[in-house]
Structure formats: structure tokens, C-alpha cells
Ligand binder design. Structure first.
Ligand code: SF4
Ligand code: SF4
Length: 419
């Protein structure tokens, strides 16, 4: 972030569009520090000055300076460069995992609060730190967050035996993360469609644009309308009534944000791919012919276990994994709503990648402690870190020590080998 400050004129809008519920939440924090015990950033930094109660305290001070008693007498006090820089650093040294929410002593929905405060800062003209602004620049230029050619979204690797219908009731939305960082996850999903005899369609590589989750969670909403309108128009043109997604972030974005941006209920249902796969197993349309001798655990992605709308499909994922022949399922101590963040989300890889790596090591250790030989995941951000190693700085000897003795895989990529 450059040297920025917020002058008095902008402070008039400090509370615009922050809901009453969130204002109450800001006031409700009792600084008990319980949430620090569950925060992956705290695990690797031990720095309470960037913790949940500190962020809330800093923002409340801005509010007090703008609207408090002294402000009434002497006029609002601008936010100085140093205070703003500290707040922005704390706000973005956070994976947005929401781990601090379910454990909050007074029930603050922290994840939603961070998204709101980031958006507020951007709306007031504050630039997000590190490489985060590139997310929007890249999406504007290439329609994906990685600045990769659109035509390489998925068709380049598509196996010949997988047929994509021109139009179908079932559609598959791939998302930037899977397209460019986790293509084997897409193959897993498509093989499940094929094996269950499901006719499905997809948008062409140039037609599918970023769902808008990375810009949205980093506060950069200005591009959303265009993305949402375009994607919905293209999805409708394909006759899709049920849209299947693999990425937990896409799922949250489509369910929680798209209707707000679109201005009403979406003209199609949105379902997670493992929910779809489990329904097929459950009703006998999908069977596995091979068996594997393995002990697996599953990492609940933050957006599935405690996303913007709370727990959704995590129980279904467990049913599906337990249905795989030969698999012994073990649970990590932290799972479900209190799952440990893998360290990949919320823009942290573009701001402080070294922290992302440290957080990743802790999750691997959790999986080993549970006795797992394979750590299954279903989020392309996690997959990018553990399988494709798309993270800087480069992995070193220390990381290799952590990953020795355990394998990583996506749930459906793993399952397709048993078909
Ligand atoms: S959202 Fe996650 S990373 Fe951010 S403060 Fe809460 S627990 Fe920590
Ligand atoms: S657990 Fe809740 S009340 Fe306690 S410090 Fe964290 S945010 Fe504040």
C-alpha cells in the first residue's frame, strides 16, 4: 500500500452500507481473545496486533474519531497514514477463513465482517496491499485471475472420450482455480458425470469468466456486475437448470453474492459436485468397481464448512468418501466448523506467501496426527498449494520433511481411479 490517509470528507461515508447487525457486532466484541486460539495467522505469527479484536478496535477508533463526542465538538479527525497502514495490514494479513467466527464468545460473524470492511476501505479509495489489485486487472484483461489465455481454460487437456453437450439441463462451471491450477480436479468431476450417465454441458473457454469470488473477498466489487451478468447470460443460453460447481469459493459466490448482484433469485439451481456425486451413489447410478487399501482424512475447506452461508455439504462429502471401496476414513481433530485453514485463501498468497506456507505445514501435521496416509481435499486453492505447489517462496527442504509419508489428492480425482 502506498502512503495513503483518509481525509475528513471521506469519513462521512465510513459507515455507509454497513448493516445494523454488523454495527452491533463491532460493538459486541468483549476482547476475550478466544478467537486467537483458532486463528491460523496467529498460529504462525503470534502477533495479537493483527488479530480479530485488534482489527475491530482499530476500526471502532476510526468511527469514534469520525462520529464520537470529540468529533461533534471539534469536527472529525482524519485517519492518519500510520493508523490506516496498520489497519490495512491487519485486514489483509488474514485468510478470511472465518475460523474466528464459530468460536467467538458473542457470536460475531467475523468472516462476513472482514469482507465488508475490506470492501468499505476499497470504496473509500484505499488500494489493497501486495499483488491483490492485480486480481481485478487480470480479470478485466483475460477474464481469469491468473492472467492466462482464455482459450486454455479447459479444452487443451480434455480427454477425447468425454463428451460435452451443446445444451443440457445439467451444466458444469469450472472456475479459474480448477481451470488453471487444478485441471485434474475437473477431470475427476467430468468422469463422475460420464460414469453416472449424466448428459452435461459447459460454457466454451472464452464464455466462462471468473465467478468474482477473489475480487469480492478482497473488497474489489467494481467488476462484479459485469462478471455476474455475463456468466448468467451464457449459462441460460445453454439451457442449464442445475449448475454444478467444484470450487467451494465459486459455490459461496454463486449462492450468496450472485443473487445480490443479479438483483434476485438465479434462474438455475447451484449444487456442489460432491453433493451431486453422492446422490448418484445413493440412488445406485454410480458404482465403483475397484478397491483401494488406504487410510484417508478430509480437509474441510473454509468456504464449505463455515462460508458466507454456513455449513452446507461437509456431511455429504464424508458419506461419499466412506462409500469408496477399501477406504478407511479417519477424522482430524479440527474438522467441520472448526477446520484449520490451509493458508491459501483470502488473498494472503498475494500479500504474504511465506505465511501461507507455514499454515500449510500445520494442516499436514494435523493429517499425520490423525493417522492418515492420504489427505483428501476438494478446493482448488488447497490443491494449488499441496499438489501443484503454486506458491512462493519456493518449497524447500523443510517443506519436504512435512510432506514425507503422506499423499495429497482431490476427492473426485481420487474416486475416479476406483470407477
Ligand atoms: S478469518 Fe481466519 S485468518 Fe482471519 S482473523 Fe479470523 S481466524 Fe484469523
Ligand atoms: S472471540 Fe469474539 S468477543 Fe472474543 S475477542 Fe474474538 S471477536 Fe472479540
Amino acid at each position: 500500500m502506498g502512503k495513503e490517509a483518509l481525509e475528513k470528507e471521506k469519513l462521512k461515508h465510513l459507515l455507509d452500507n454497513i448493516s445494523k447487525e454488523q454495527l452491533i457486532e463491532l460493538e459486541a466484541c468483549v476482547t476475550c481473545s478466544e478467537c486467537l486460539n483458532w486463528c491460523p495467522i496467529q498460529d504462525v505469527t503470534k502477533d495479537p496486533s493483527i488479530s480479530t479484536p485488534s482489527k475491530i478496535k482499530m476500526f471502532k477508533k476510526f468511527v469514534d474519531n469520525a462520529y464520537g463526542l470529540r468529533a461533534k465538538i471539534f469536527g472529525p479527525k482524519p485517519i492518519d497514514e500510520e493508523s490506516l497502514a496498520k489497519f490495512i495490514d491487519a485486514l489483509y494479513t488474514c485468510t478470511g477463513c472465518g475460523g474466528c467466527g464459530p468460536v467467538c464468545e458473542v457470536g460475531i460473524h467475523t468472516q462476513r465482517l472482514w469482507w465488508t470492511l475490506r470492501r468499505k476501505m476499497v470504496d473509500l479509495g484505499v488500494t489493497p496491499p501486495g499483488g491483490i489489485p492485480n486480481l481485478v486487472k487480470f480479470v478485466k484483461e483475460t477474464r481469469n485471475i491468473y492472467n492466462q489465455p482464455q482459450e486454455e481454460r479447459f479444452r487443451i487437456w480434455l480427454p477425447e472420450d468425454i463428451k460435452i453437450a451443446e445444451k443440457a439441463e445439467v451444466g458444469y462451471f469450472e472456475g479459474c482455480g480448477l481451470s488453471y491450477n487444478a485441471a485434474p480436479m475437473v477431470e475427476g468431476a467430468l468422469r463422475i458425470f460420464k460414469a453416472s450417465g449424466t448428459e452435461f454441458t459447459m460454457l466454451d473457454p472464452e464464455e466462462e469468466w471468473c465467478c468474482g469470488f477473489p475480487p469480492a473477498v478482497t473488497g474489489q466489487w467494481e467488476i462484479l456486475q459485469e462478471l455476474v451478468d455475463h456468466n448468467i447470460e451464457k449459462i441460460e443460453e445453454r439451457g442449464i437448470s442445475k449448475l454444478i460447481v467444484s470450487c467451494p469459493c465459486c459455490l459461496q459466490q454463486l449462492r450468496a453474492v450472485w443473487p445480490k448482484v443479479y438483483g434476485g433469485k438465479l434462474p438455475f439451481k447451484v449444487e456442489h459436485v460432491i453433493q451431486f456425486a453422492w446422490e448418484k451413489v445413493d440412488n445406485g447410478e454410480l458404482e465403483f468397481s475397484k478397491s483401494i487399501d488406504d487410510v484417508v482424512t478430509f480437509h474441510d475447506p473454509c468456504q464449505l464448512s463455515r462460508g458466507l452461508k454456513g455449513p452446507a455439504v461437509i456431511e455429504t462429502v464424508r458419506k461419499f468418501i466412506k462409500s469408496l471401496p477399501g477406504v478407511e476414513f479417519v477424522e482430524m481433530e479440527r474438522h467441520g466448523e472448526t477446520t484449520r485453514c490451509c493458508g491459501a485463501g483470502g488473498g494472503i498468497r498475494l500479500y504474504k506467501p511465506e505465511l501461507a506456507m507455514e499454515m500449510g505445514k500445520l494442516l499436514i501435521q494435523d493429517a499425520k496426527n490423525a493417522g492418515a496416509k492420504t489427505l483428501l481435499m476438494c478446493c482448488p486453492a488447497c490443491y494449488a498449494v499441496y499438489v501443484h505447489r503454486r506458491i512462493a517462496p519456493p518449497y524447500g527442504e523443510e517443506w519436504k520433511k512435512y510432506e514425507a509419508g503422506i499423499r495429497f489428492n482431490d476427492v473426485l480425482q481420487y474416486a475416479m481411479k476406483l470407477l
